[in-house]
Design a protein around this ligand. Sequence first.
Ligand code: V47
Length: 709
Amino acid sequence: MLTINDISDAVRRGERITTEEAKILWTEAPLWLLGELASERKRQASGDAVYYNRNVHLEPTNICLFNCEFCSFRRREGDPDAWYMSLDEIEARAKELRGADITEVHIVGGVHPKHDLDLYCAMIRRVKSALPHVTVKAYTAVEIFYMIRHAGVSIVEGLRRLKEAGMECIPGGGAEIFDATLRQKICPDKCSAEEWLAVHRAAHNMGIATNCTMLYGHIETLEQRIDHLDRLRKLQDEAPGFDAFIPLKYHSRNNRLSEAGECSVEDDLRMIAMSRIFLDNIPHIKAYWVSYGRATTEMALMFGADDIDGTIGDTTKIYSMAGGVPRPSMSVADLEAMVAAAGFCPVERDSHYNIVERDRDNSAAEDVVTEQEREIPQQENEDIMQKDTKRETPRRKATPKSKDGFFARIKSFYGRRPIISHIILICLFGLLLIFGLNIGLKRGTRLGTAIEVPNMLGMNVEEARRLADIEDFRIVVRDSIFDVDLPGGTIVDQLPHTSAVRNVMVKPGRKIYVTINAYNRRVVDIPFVAKQTLRQAINQLERAGLTVAEIIYEPDMTSTDYVLQQYVDNTEILPTTKRKCYVGTGVTLVVSYRYEEQRAYAPRLTGLSLQQAKGALWDNGLNVARVVYDDSIEDIVSQRKAKVYSQSPKLGTAMSRGEEVTIYLSCDERLIDSMNVVAQQEQKAFEKQHREAMEEPADSLNNETEFYE
Ligand code: V47
C-alpha cells in the first residue's frame, strides 16, 4: 500500500507519478506538502522566474452554434447583446492596437454559422497586416475542428492554411473535460476529446506550439480530472508541443451549470499543484489571473504556477460574463508587483516563452497599458482584485468624520482629567523611547555587519539557497541558459561578481542575482536556412537557439559563402521539413565557394570568446579543429568566461577553405593581455605583407606564398 511519504519521496526524486498515486496525493496530502512538492518542481523547471506577456484578446463574435452548459458568453443571432465583427472591423481594431506595445493577439470566439476556413484565415491576415510583428495565437481546437470539417479538408491541410495566413500558435481552450459521458452532458455539440487531441497532435507534428486547458470545479469527479491530465501527458510524450497547461476554474454566473457553485480556493491550489506534479513533461503551468483574481493568482505561484498570462487590456468577456474579474486589465507594473509580492522574479516572455528584453526607460508599452488602465475607475479595479479574498482595506473604514470624533473625545478627556492625561502621556513617551532605542540599536549593529559575497559559480542553485539562508542573503534567479554539458541548476553567472582576487561585501538580506543552467532543454523548430548567405544563415540559426556544427565547402561556378544545403543528424532539412530539435543542436551547412576564392587566411582570434572565435572562423571560410583549455580553467563555468590566447595555425596563415584552426583558451587575464599585444603586432605585419603582395605583379601572386610558416 502506497503512503503519502513514498509518493512524495518519488516526486522529490523527480520520478513520474501514476494516476493512482495522483489520486492519493490529491486527496490525502496536506496542502502545505503539495505546495512544497509543486514548488520544488517549479523551481527545477523555471527557477525563480514567473512569466507574463503583453497581450490582448480578440473575440470576433459571441454568436455560437454550440450551446454549452457552462458558457455565459454565447448568444444566438438576433439577441440584443450579440456581437459580430466584420473583417474591416477586425482590421480597424488591430490598427487601434498599433501604439500598444503588445507581442500577442489571442483570437477566440463563438463558432459562428457564417464562419468558414477562408474567413478564419482572412481574420488572421487582417490582424497580421495591421500588426505584422505581433504573434497571432488563434482559435481553439474546437473552432479549428469545426472549420476543417466544414471545409472538407484534412486537419493537416487546415492547419497548413491557418499557418500560412499567419497563425503561429494555438490556445488551449475547448478541452473542457475529456471524459465522454461528462463531455456529452456539459458540451454535447463540441468535438470529442479524441478530435481535440488529434488537432493538437497534428499541430505539434507540424511544429506548431499549443497550450492545453481543463475546465474544473463544476460537476466533474476527481477521477475525471486525473483522466484528463493523463491524456494530456500521454499526448505530450507522444508528440511534444504543449507549452503550457492552464487549469480553468469554472465560474458559475449566468449559465446553466450555476447550481454546481464554484470550488474553494483550496481546491484551486490543489489543482495547480497537482498539475505541476503530474504534468512533468509540460514546461509551464499558467495561473490565469483573469479567472483567479489577484490573491489566488499570487498564492498559485507558491503552488507550482510559473505563468500568470498577460496585460489583457480589458479585451476578453468570457470570464467577466460568467462572474470573473470584470473589465480585466493590468499594467506591466501591476503584473510585476503581483509576481514580486509572491517572492518571485517577473519575466516578460513572448508567445514562445523567449525572454523579452526591453529598455525599461524607453518602454512605450508601460504608458499604453496604463492608458487602458485609466479607463477603469481606481476603486472598481481595486474591488476586482480583492474579490476573491474579501479583504477590506482599513483605509476605507476610517472616514474623516470618525477621525474628528476621536480627537474631540481625547480633547474633552484631557480637559476633565489633566493629571491622568499627563501620566498617560509620560508613559507613552517612555514606551516610544524604549521602542526607538531598540530599533536604533538593531539597525546600528546591522549597519556594521557586512557579508562577504561567496563565489557561487558552478554551485547548484539549491545549495546556494541553503548557503544564503545561513549567511543571510537572498538568491534571485534572473535568467537561465542551456548548456548540454552542465547539470541543471548550476549557477553560471552572479551579480555582484566575486572571485579569488575580488571580494565584495554586502549588507545582510541583500539579493544576489544569478543565472542558472536550465533543467529542461527547450525544443525549437529547425529553420530552413539554405539559399541565403552564410552570415544570414548563422544569424537565423542563432536566433532559433541553434549552432553551426560544421561547414562543408563545395566548389561552385557562381557564388562564394552561399548556403547550398543544411543537415541535422545527417538528415537534410528541406523547406518543407517540419522538425524540432533541442536548443544548442549543431547544424551542418554546405556552403559554396568559387574556385578562385579557395584561399582563406586564418583570422585573428586572440581575446575573443569561444563563440566569437567560431564566428570569426566561419566568416573567413574556416572551421574549428580542437578547443584546448589551459590550467586556469577549473570547471565548465569558467570555460564560459575563457578567452582565446593562442591559435594554430597563426593569424594570417594562408589556408584552404574548410580547413580547421585549433583554439587555445584561458581565464588568465594577464596571459590574454600579453598575447593580445603579440597578436596586434602580427596583425600589423600581416596587413603590411598582404598590401605588398597585392601590389606585386600578377604572376607572383600565383606562388603559394605563406605569410607565416
Ligand atoms: O474553452 C468558458 C472556458 C475557455 C467558462 O491558451 C469558462 O493561453 C470558466 O481557453 N467558467 C476559453 N471557464 C479560454 C481559454 C484560455 C484562456 C486564457 C489563456 C489561454 C491560453 C486559453 O474558457 C473555454 C472554456 O474552457 N470557459 N466558460 C466559465 N463559465
